[in-house]
Design a binder for this molecule. Structure first.
Ligand code: FEO
Length: 409
């Protein structure tokens, strides 16, 4: 496709992929687009590239518009191969271009594409870049949907380039939403639920950041460029990510046995994290609790967290008794995870997780977090050495993430 004009000296130079595209364990039946943009200013700038499969075609097409050696900046908002995939092909021709991206993204790109000898301009939240006739402002948007992500705003044209955010997977040859001939709002919402909803608090942070911008056009990385009813799409993200939009109230029960009080401290941090996510909590130290009452509370909850310290490679107190009581309950729609303090091995935590899995809970562990939410941090099973400060901070984050999973399902 030729370059398509968005505004003065700003062009779409991407690729429409109308195949059925494999994506995040799904098949995109309606295809997608990889939206790359060229800003023909005094310092010509490319914002994002296209999927790795189309690298050569992309660079050949771009070379018909501009000599790649004249490109001064390549902005990479996100490193996934549907955005940065054509970077090696482009960088090989655009020999003079600096790669503009976040610190973490620069490290990833160097390793992914062997770009250790390229010049990078490292962006921090709120930085600006004069590209000769236009000014780019950058905002870090971590976890939308991966940690290194940022977004770009062109001050003079009031255009936001938000990367995956506000995207839609649809192979739309008409490109602009005011030219669309069919339904796409549902696709826009499905995309949000699939890619953005697991990172809901970060969506709220992003919305706060862009509030101060005057946005006339949203030019995302996939699907329609939103130049009609632009505010409506921001409003939709606001509504979909608000706590009010989630099924309320959600309840999580935390139960534990502790030898020296360390597992109790972890439980309190989990509670703080859960409550910061907007989840109601009930906490039971099993030493002083009636197990029948605890069991009843668990059956009324949307999730449970079960903790124990380890003694002689086993659970302590009556944790196992409680878990046996839960055998036979209908729990497949309830989230569960194990936690505990330990000194050297922490077997109790693994025994609890095995029980939760055997009973039939939807167990949140590292396998779940990577596979369902793309969270590559070992939060669960939550094993904290003694009650060290860094461990307690991790526990609070783990509680928040557990709460988000409960809230958004
Ligand atoms: Fe469009 Fe995160 O890839």
């Amino acid at each position: 496709m030729n370059a398509i004009r968005l505004a003065d000296n700003i062009f779409w130079v991407g690729k429409v992929d109308d195949r059925k595209v494999p994506f995040h364990r799904l098949i995109l039946e309606r295809g997608t687009t990889y939206n790359s943009y060229l800003l023909m200013t005094e310092k010509p700038t490319v914002i994002d590239t296209v999927d790795i499969e189309f690298g050569k075609e992309y660079v050949d097409n771009l070379s018909k518009i501009i000599d790649p050696e004249n490109i001064e900046y390549i902005v990479i908002n996100h490193v996934e191969p549907d955005h940065a995939g054509a970077l090696p092909a482009l960088a090989a021709k655009a020999k003079n271009a600096k790669i503009v991206t976040t610190k973490l993204a620069s490290e990833l790109l160097k390793d992914m594409f062997k770009l250790h000898n390229r010049e990078f301009a490292i962006i921090k939240d709120g930085d600006t870049l004069d590209i000769g006739g236009k000014t780019l402002s950058f905002f870090e948007t971590p976890y939308l949907h991966t940690e290194e992500t940022m977004i770009t705003y062109v001050n003079e044209n009031k255009i936001l380039f938000p990367c995956d955010i506000f995207s839609t997977h649809i192979a739309n040859y008409e490109l602009f939403n005011d030219l669309e001939k069919g339904e796409y709002i549902e696709d826009f919402k499905v995309y949000y639920r699939l890619i953005m909803a697991p990172h809901r608090p970060y969506v709220r942070d992003m919305l706060e950041k862009i509030k101060k911008l005057n946005i006339e056009v949203i030019a995302p990385s996939h699907g329609y460029i939103l130049r009609e009813n632009t505010a409506k799409f921001i409003q939709m993200y606001d509504e979909m990510s608000s706590l009010a939009a989630l099924k309320q109230p959600k309840k999580v029960t935390i139960v534990y046995s502790t030898m020296t009080g360390n597992t109790a401290k972890i439980a309190q941090k989990l509670v703080q994290g859960l409550e910061s996510a907007g989840v109601e909590t009930s906490v039971f130290n099993l030493k002083n609790s009636d197990l029948a009452e605890v069991r009843k509370k668990i059956t009324e909850s949307d999730g449970i967290l079960v903790g124990s310290s380890t003694r002689y490679a086993d659970m302590v107190g009556n944790v196992e008794e409680l878990l046996k009581l839960l055998e036979g309950e209908e729990v497949k729609n309830k989230f569960a995870a194990a936690f505990g303090s330990y000194g050297w091995s922490g077997e109790a935590i693994m025994h609890i997780e095995n029980y939760l899995d055997k009973i039939g809970f939807n167990v949140i562990n590292q396998k779940y977090l990577i596979g369902s939410a793309g969270i590559d941090i070992p939060l669960f099973p939550l094993r904290i050495k003694f009650a060290r400060q860094e461990g307690l901070e991790l526990a609070e984050e783990a509680g928040r993430v557990f709460g988000e999973q409960v809230l958004t399902h």
